[in-house]
Each structure stands twice: as structure tokens, then as C-alpha cells.
Design a protein around this ligand. Structure first.
Ligand code: GLA
Length: 740
């Protein structure tokens, strides 16, 4: 039983955590506790202590100590004496904005059902999930609020969402609706956020909470390169290896808000959900509004454990089950190899060489449609560019398939170029605000995905190509953010719904394609990592992590990303040098050693590689395939953090579930002369198990490898006698269990 009800107290108990709330004297919900698992008790008097504070409103004249501002609330509104940012706000037809949602009843359902129209979690594996739904009603408007808590006991995860149903006679307006609120009793936490921009996404930023509101979010119509919905609160002393931490994330790809408000009493209110800016929703009589799901997870055992349990949860309860644990193919993508300059023979030559090297899938990127020779034209015209591919897509696909390789294709479904047949036929499908100019981004504009005709059109085009070319894979790109947000299909008083309805249209298209073509693997992309979020992952099991393929930059990007997402979600490619994003020249071994810890691919013209490079790639692909399960699905441990110190070193490790196989990698950006005796302390091994390193003779115990560590040789040694820099190095160790 993971949900225990004691009269009007609800205790959600996972294997290692407890989340407790109750019905307060005023009928609203109050929060009691979120942290390490507690014994269940009928009441927790110590968690309900209240003292009267001067100079703030109380609920009633005869309850001076019942002061909303000092209460830990479960899903707070504004306007009745709690002045912190609320979880929701409703405007009634008379313009009033006060709500009072009183507890009605609850129900507990075994399992976890999916949400309609939104990406959502599930419990297809019967992993003991239970869902608690609490109903509350506002007597004045007759709006019903259902708060849903799905408890996944073994991953220590709780999934929250809220649903408003208007059972009254009049329309009301939802001004804001977050997905989750947690009021923590103290604010002694560091906030870990994952921030950056294009080509340097999800860099870790760790700062202590301070008084007032601190938040990350997006108003771009996409979760964004700049901030990510993953957020962690960790005790100041918490590290990757030990200490308490709470993880939050949102199953959503549009505008989001992750916010922590520290008040005058040092409590911390955590809000996660759709960004209230640029959002409102008309809730007419009989209608309901469902929020996206927020994920909450607690651990007392450090940030590696937090990432692992959340990642494991996504892989089993969120990602398309057909692919979640399936091995992902090693691919070659022609983008950085050819850009727009290719023809059928050129592509087939790349595929043939790649096949020789053991690569399993060929992906044709941008430039195959309309008359697209640069990024100024043809988006929307998803018909083959005859001059480049005169025999059609089916013919190219057949040539690739005949090599016993899979074939994948790039689309950017949500976009339109002015220079396109689609724009000439349907200018009204482009997002624009009446009487205003349209702001270009990468020379292109955005389709109105809130318009079902647009979704139908795209479904027809994409499904047509899936069928004629027997596509195995689709890279779904999104290369600009939304401006002039407005839909010609919505009335004036519903324009505030547009950005959410846009996302619903995107999700609808994804859901329809996946239902019809369950064996097509989708990789999401938004100029690299601009929509690296759980909403996308529900449909597309992997994402192009960043347009930055430089090994040094990727170390930070993948390290930062690993806090919130498992490595099976990260597309990671080896590209040519000098790198197109940084101009840096790194050894191909280092480029591969970083890309191994994700879904490996090559993004270069292999026909131009030297014999030595080809030999290296062949050996890398074979090595990756031999350890693919471990690289993609192993438990991921961060070891040396490149966001700390001088940032010169990063290291990480993957370990198999049975702890018999592991691979660790240590990357050093610049070499130092006369270095110290550096050690790499391994993680996650069985202390009593014997292991061999890199197939060597000596046998080590797991405890020794973890606590005494292994010696990292002077980097100069590895480059003696060869013309290679000792900078940008990677030191890779394969650890295998042996019997005595
Ligand atoms: C985006 C993607 C790249 C590539 C180009 C094609 O930038 O992130 O991987 O597909 O578009 O235009």
C-alpha cells in the first residue's frame, strides 16, 4: 500500500520517501511533509504546530492562529491572506478572483492511467503504482478541482497534476494553473538549474536559495535551450554521492515555470507547471482543463541516486515502451558531412562506407525536399527535391536498406518558408498577429499547430513518406521559437490559450504517427537541445542533445544533462575536426569517448576520412556495440564535475545492474606539466567482487577500486613518439567482474 488514508490525512509512502498532507480546518488542503520515509501515524502533531503572528490576516475572527500566509498549503490560491505566488487563479464573470476549494472526497485507483491529449506517465509494467485523486469544489463557481497523485513506490517518484472542471453555469477564466506546489518547511537548499543557450545547453548552475522568488522558465513556445524544466533542490552539503535532494520536472515541451519562493519565515514554496505569462484559459460550463504532469522525487543518497531513480522511472513509465529499453542503432547523419550539398550517389557512398565500418543506420538530414539548397526556402513542401534525388525517396531508401542498414529522414514539421508552395496555398496557416509584421527566425516562420487542418496536412505528408520509403527513423527538428503568438482559428477571448493549444497540436501529431507506425524511432531536435524535455521524450525516446559536437563542449553538456535525463535519451555524435562550432581539433578517440555515453552516431562524410580514421571508427563502432547495453542503459555515475574547480577535468562511469560490468571515462581538457598523482575513484561497484581492468592481469576488489582508486598516468606518456597533442585527452577504463 503506497497510499495510506487516516481520516482526512493522506500519506503517500514510497520505498524511501513520504509525502503527507491533510484537510485543514477551513476545508482546504495543507501540506505536512515531504522527505525521508516516515512510519505512518494517525496524526503528526509536531507537523501541525501553529503560532499566532502579528500583522497578518487570519481565516476567521475566532481563529487568530489560522493565518494563510504561515500555512504550508497544498495548492494555494491568492486573495485570502496567503501572499505567496499561488498555484492557480480563477477570474469569475464579475471580475472577482477569490477561490475557496474545499475538500469533498477522494478515490484511490490501482495503477496509473494516461492523460488524454498530453504526454503522460503510465504503469504498463504493473510496478505497484497507485493513484490518489482528491476532489475539491468551490461553492461559488461550482468549479471542481481534482488533484491527482500517482505514487510509484519503487522509484520514489510521485506524479502530480491538477484538473479543473466547470460544473457551474457560467464561464470562468483560468489565469494560471501550475501542475504542482510543494511548501517546504525550511529553505536550507541549493537550487540546481540547467541553463545555457544554443550550442551550450544545460550547464549546471548551483546557488543557495535566498529570500524572495527565484525561477527558471521559458516564454519561447518551447522548453528552450536557455533553461530546462529539470530542477533540483539539494541540501548544501549534498554531493553526487551523498545527501538529501529533491528532483522536479515537468512532462511538457512548451512555456514552463519552475519557481521557488522563500518567504519571511524561511519556508520554500516550489511551483512547477505551465508558465502563467502568456497563458489563460476560458473554462466554459461543462468544460475541463487538465495540466501537464509534474514529477517529484526524493532521495537521501545523493544526486547520482536522484538522477538514476528519475531516469529509471522515465525509461519504464514515460518513454514509448516499444523503444525505451531497446538498443538504439549506431547512425551516420549527413548534416555536418554535406550540409545541403548532396545527391543520391553521394548519400549512398556515405551509407556504403558507413556500413563497412559497422554503422547501422543512415539518416538523411535537411535539404531533401522542395528546392532547398539553403535555409531560406521550402519548409512545408515535404516532397522530394527532384534535382537532388531524381529517383525519389523510395529508391534512395531501397539502396540504403539493401545494405542491410536502416534509413532515417529529417523533418521540421512545424515550420514554413515564405518561399514554399505551402505558404502560397495556405498563408493563413502561418502564425501571425493581425496587422503586425511576422518576425523571421532562421529565415522561417511557424505553422499554427493549434489548427487541426495543419496537423492533418502534416500527418498526411509524414505518413506518406514513412510508407513509401519505409522509414525506420525520423529526426523531428524545430529550429526557431514562436513570435506573434496568435491563432486565426481562436476567438479573441481564447488567444491566451494559443501557446498551450500549439503544444497540444504537436503532441497530437506525434501521438497519431506513433500509433500508426509504432516501429519508427523518433529523435527530437530543436536546433539541437532546444526542446530536451520529458514531453518530447514520451514520444521520441532520444533527442539530439546539442548542435555542438565538440568533445570538450559536449563533456559539459552531457554532464549537465545527466542530472535530469538518462543517457539513453542523449543523441551523441562524432564529427569532423576542426569542429564546426568551436574550431577546435580534438583526437577522434576523445570525440568517441564522449559520444559513447549516449546514443552513438557519426556526423561527417565518412568517404572523406583517411584510412587511419576509418580504422579508428570501425574499432570504435565495434567497441560501442560490444558494450552498447551498458553505455545506453547502465547506471550513470558522475564522478569529477567539470562545473567545479577550474573545469579542466570531468569524469563519469556507467555500471550494469548486476555490477559485473562498468566503463569509466576521465577527460582532461588541458594537460599540465609535472602533474600530481591523480586518481580516479570508481563508483557503484560491488565491494566484495573481484574485477579486472581493461582485460589486464591484476585482480582488484570493488572496494579498492572505489576507495583507493586507480592511478591516472601522466598524459604526456600517451603521446610520446606520436604527433598528437596531450590536451583534450580521454582515459577510458573497462571494468569486468572475474571469479576468484
Ligand atoms: C538544426 C539541427 C541540426 C540539423 C540542422 C538542419 O540545426 O539541430 O542537427 O538538422 O537543423 O538544418
Amino acid at each position: 500500500m503506497s497510499i495510506i488514508v487516516n481520516q482526512q490525512q493522506f500519506h503517500l509512502q514510497t520505498d524511501h520517501s513520504s509525502y503527507i498532507f491533510h484537510v485543514m480546518a477551513n476545508g482546504e488542503l495543507g501540506q505536512l511533509y515531504y522527505g525521508p520515509r516516515l512510519h505512518d501515524q494517525a496524526t503528526y502533531p509536531e507537523l501541525m504546530v501553529r503560532e499566532h503572528h502579528e500583522a497578518m490576516p487570519a481565516w476567521r475572527l475566532d481563529t487568530p492562529d489560522f493565518q494563510p500566509e504561515t500555512l504550508k498549503q497544498e495548492f494555494a490560491s491568492l486573495g485570502k491572506g496567503d501572499y505567496r505566488d499561488p498555484a492557480f487563479q480563477i477570474t469569475e464573470p464579475d471580475g472577482s478572483r477569490v477561490s475557496e476549494f474545499s475538500y469533498q472526497d477522494f478515490r484511490i485507483v490501482d495503477g496509473k492511467s494516461r492523460l488524454k491529449g498530453l504526454p503522460s506517465t503510465f504503469d504498463d509494467e504493473h510496478d505497484d503504482a497507485q493513484t490518489l485523486v482528491i476532489s475539491l469544489v468551490d461553492a461559488v463557481t461550482q468549479v471542481v478541482l481534482e488533484l491527482s497523485y500517482a505514487v510509484f513506490p519503487h522509484q520514489d517518484v510521485i506524479v502530480r497534476s491538477a484538473k479543473f472542471q466547470n460544473q457551474g453555469q457560467a464561464s470562468v477564466k483560468l489565469d494560471r494553473v501550475l501542475s504542482s506546489q510543494v511548501d517546504l518547511p525550511d529553505a536550507n537548499y541549493d537550487l540546481l538549474q540547467f541553463s545555457g543557450t544554443w550550442t551550450r545547453e544545460r550547464h549546471l548552475v548551483r546557488t543557495p536559495l535566498r529570500s524572495g522568488i527565484q525561477s527558471v522558465g521559458s516564454l519561447r513556445g518551447a522548453s528552450s535551450h536557455q533553461q530546462n524544466p529539470a530542477m533540483i533542490l539539494a541540501r548544501p552539503q549534498t554531493t553526487d554521492d551523498q545527501g538529501a535532494a529533491m528532483g522536479f520536472n515537468l512532462v511538457y515541451s512548451g512555456n514552463f515555470l519552475d519557481q521557488v519562493e522563500v518567504d519571511a519565515f524561511n519556508t520554500a514554496r516550489v511551483l512547477v507547471g505551465i508558465n502563467p505569462t502568456e497563458f489563460d484559459w476560458q473554462l466554459s460550463a461543462g468544460q475541463s482543463f487538465q495540466t501537464p504532469e509534474a514529477i517529484l522525487s526524493y532521495t537521501g543518497d545523493g544526486l547520482n541516486q536522484l538522477s538514476q531513480q528519475m531516469g529509471d522511472f522515465y525509461q519504464h513509465h514515460l518513454v514509448n515502451p516499444h523503444f525505451a529499453q531497446q538498443q538504439r542503432p549506431v547512425l551516420v547523419n549527413n548534416w555536418e558531412g554535406t550540409y545541403f550539398d548532396f545527391n543520391e550517389d553521394k548519400l549512398v557512398a556515405i551509407a556504403e562506407d558507413a556500413h563497412e565500418l559497422g554503422i547501422e543506420m543512415f539518416v538523411l538530414d535537411d535539404g531533401w525536399f522542395g528546392h532547398r539548397d539553403d535555409d531560406k526556402t521550402s519548409l512545408g513542401d515535404w516532397d522530394v527535391y527532384q534535382e537532388k534525388l531524381p529517383n525519389g525517396m523510395a529508391h534512395l531508401a531501397e539502396r540504403v536498406h539493401s545494405l542491410k542498414m536502416q534509413f532515417g529522414l529529417w523533418f521540421e514539421p512545424e515550420m514554413i518558408s515564405i518561399d514554399s508552395q505551402l505558404y502560397r496555398a495556405h498563408p493563413e496557416w502561418t502564425i501571425k498577429t493581425p496587422k503586425r509584421q511576422m518576425t523571421p527566425g532562421r529565415n522561417q516562420f511557424v505553422l499554427d499547430m493549434a489548427n487541426p487542418d495543419v496537423v492533418d496536412f502534416l500527418y498526411g505528408k509524414i505518413s506518406g513518406l514513412i510508407e513509401t520509403a519505409h522509414l525506420d527513423y525520423i529526426k523531428w527538428d524545430m529550429n526557431r521559437n514562436i513570435t506573434e503568438a496568435y491563432s486565426s482559428t481562436l476567438p479573441a477571448d481564447q488567444q491566451g490559450e494559443f501557446l498551450h493549444r500549439y503544444m497540444l497540436g504537436v503532441y497530437d501529431l506525434y501521438a497519431r504517427l506513433i500509433a500508426a507506425y509504432p516501429t519508427v524511432l523518433f529523435e527530437s531536435c530543436a536546433s539541437g537541445g532546444g526542446r530536451f524535455d520529458l514531453g518530447m521524450m514520451a514520444y521520441a525516446p532520444q533527442a539530439w542533445t546539442s548542435d555542438d559536437t565538440d568533445a570538450v563542449e559536449r563533456l559539459k553538456i552531457q554532464f549537465g544533462t545527466s542530472y535530469g535525463y538518462p543517457q539513453a535519451m542523449m543523441g551523441a555524435h562524432v564529427s569532423a575536426v576542426p569542429n564546426d562550432q568551436t574550431g577546435r581539433i580534438t583526437p577522434i578517440e576523445t570525440r568517441a569517448a564522449v559520444a559513447y555515453f549516449g546514443d552513438l552516431g557519426y556526423e561527417l562524410d565518412v568517404t572523406k576520412c583517411s584510412a587511419d580514421e576509418k580504422a579508428a571508427i570501425k574499432q570504435q563502432v565495434a567497441f560501442y556495440k560490444a558494450h552498447r547495453e551498458l553505455f545506453q542503459q547502465g547506471k550513470f555515475y558522475r564522478i569529477d564535475n567539470p562545473f567545479t574547480g577550474d573545469g579542466n577535468v570531468g569524469s563519469w562511469q556507467v555500471v550494469s545492474d548486476d555490477q559485473r560490468h562498468a566503463i569509466a571515462a576521465r577527460y582532461q581538457i588541458l594537460n599540465h606539466p609535472n602533474p600530481a598523482y591523480t586518481r580516479l575513484y570508481l563508483r557503484g561497484l560491488a565491494p566484495d567482487q573481484r574485477y579486472r581492468l581493461n582485460g589486464g592481469k591484476h585482480i582488484y576488489f570493488g572496494d579498492e577500486l572505489m576507495h583507493a582508486g586507480i592511478f591516472v598516468p601522466h598524459l604526456l606518456e600517451s603521446t610520446q613518439g606520436v604527433e598528437q597533442s596531450a590536451d583534450f585527452s580521454a582515459f577510458l577504463v573497462v571494468i569486468d567482474a572475474v571469479e576468484a
